[in-house]
Write a protein that binds this ligand. Structure first.
Ligand code: ZN
Ligand code: ZN
Length: 411
């Protein structure tokens, strides 16, 4: 049943009314003290880090989230996410590369059973025949599965077979955004995602950030499987403490620009956005801390080596399995004397964040590859919120200590 219509209001009307309702409820009756303001700000953004302790919690037979002493207990994190999703009052919008985690899948199914509206956009990791797609549809979810095909207008030599819908975000009641680098997956055979990845999830009620993701979801959902959504790319601007940049597969049209290093005539040329993102890195004056699974962009590699030569303190944490992959810039960094820390092949560093001067974090679903910038559906947050940035910095320092120095990409 469509819960929106059951209470006799049009969809747009409800979301506006609920948004206004939240606004009215949260309006301060009297001026807040600085401490109250700080508390409110803290509650606006929360970051959950996942790390190697995941395997310990998952293998504990009588694990209890309320007594577990592991600081970054993945099961406690998971419980928080399930709770936020389950407490949705009206609608949940799901935009995931993949959904296989049973607890999260059940949270969505239970909402549908309770008359809430669930809309989904999945990547091909959840294809039409997929169990969870069928289940969600059978309970009344509106599911779109994005295809992998390139727009017909792309020059054939630039067509690549895998264009991923790579987002990992969920919006609850148009009010709470859950996003980050973590995939909502699990597997009994492979240790991944919630189990033992180094990964993160951001939960935010920042109005500007949430509104950007709401707009992106509407666009992706309306576009259908073929992805004929209107071309719309958010340009980075200076100002908001949390801002999203979105990438769509139309950005594949601008891949030739990256090769000739010149923008094209398209009004939404992705090369301009790419240059703006690079500018954050190029403009560092003190330090750049990198914690990424994949970095194959030569432009980024060259700029980092140049910055290193110019005395900027560069530190790199990466995933050892990907560091050996085609095009990886990690061997180049090691050769040029940039310190690199990596662990064994067994666990996955799935983060995608870069901290510039301890003041700005670039992080999202996006890997630092050509395919992510020029082809996939992705998001990249530009984070200037001081509290969030310091939490990223703290996690970086912890991992920097924890991971040994790598003198080679070989294990
Ligand atoms: Zn635990
Ligand atoms: Zn272009």
């Amino acid at each position: 049943m469509d819960s929106w219509r059951s209470i006799g209001l049009p969809v747009a009307g409800v979301s506006l009314i609920s948004a206004l309702g939240y606004y009215c409820l949260s309006r301060p009756v009297k001026a807040k003290s600085p401490r109250q303001k700080r508390l409110k700000k803290q509650q606006e953004n929360m970051i959950l880090f996942f790390d190697e302790s995941g395997a310990k919690c998952y293998s504990c037979p009588d694990h209890n989230i309320s007594t577990c002493l592991v600081e970054q207990c993945p099961l406690r994190h998971l419980w928080k996410i399930v709770k936020i999703v389950s407490e949705a009052r009206y609608t949940v919008d799901v935009c995931l590369y993949s959904l296989t985690h049973p607890d999260l899948e059940n949270a969505f199914l239970n909402l549908l059973k309770n008359g809430k509206k669930v809309r989904c956009v999945f990547g091909m990791r959840n294809d039409e025949e997929d169990r969870s797609v069928k289940l969600l549809r059978s309970e009344g979810a509106f599911v779109t599965v994005k295809d992998r095909h390139s727009p017909a207008t792309v020059p054939s030599k630039f067509v690549i077979p895998y264009l991923l819908m790579h987002h990992k975000f969920v919006i609850v009641d148009n009010r709470i955004l859950i996003t980050g680098s973590m995939n909502w997956t699990t597997s009994v055979s492979v240790i991944q995602s919630f189990h033992a990845n180094w990964d993160h999830i951001i939960i935010s009620t920042d109005k500007f950030l949430v509104s950007q993701f709401v707009e992106e979801f509407e666009c992706l959902h309306a576009g259908g499987a073929g992805g004929d959504e209107k071309t719309y790319i958010t340009r980075p601007t200076v100002g908001p403490s949390l801002q999203a940049i979105f990438f769509r597969k139309q950005s594949l049209l601008c891949r030739p620009d990256a090769n000739r290093k010149k923008k094209c005539d398209r009004p939404d040329c992705m090369f301009t956005v790419y240059r703006a993102v690079l500018h954050h890195i190029v403009s560092a004056s003190v330090s750049i801390d990198i914690c990424v699974q994949q970095l194959t962009l030569e432009d980024v590699g060259n700029e980092l080596v140049l910055s290193h030569d110019n005395g900027i303190k560069i530190r790199v944490i990466s995933d050892r399995a990907y560091a050996r992959g085609t095009g990886s810039q990690i061997p180049y960094f090691i050769k040029e004397g940039i310190p690199v820390h990596m662990k064994s092949d067994q666990e996955t560093v799935h983060h995608k964040f870069i901290i510039v001067d301890g003041k700005t974090v670039l992080s999202g679903s996006l890997n630092w590859t050509m395919q992510s910038f020029f082809g996939n559906y992705e998001n990249l947050l530009v984070i200037r919120d001081a509290d969030l940035v310091s939490e990223f910095q703290r996690e970086f320092e912890r991992l920097w200590e924890f991971f040994p120095t790598a003198n080679s990409v070989r294990a």
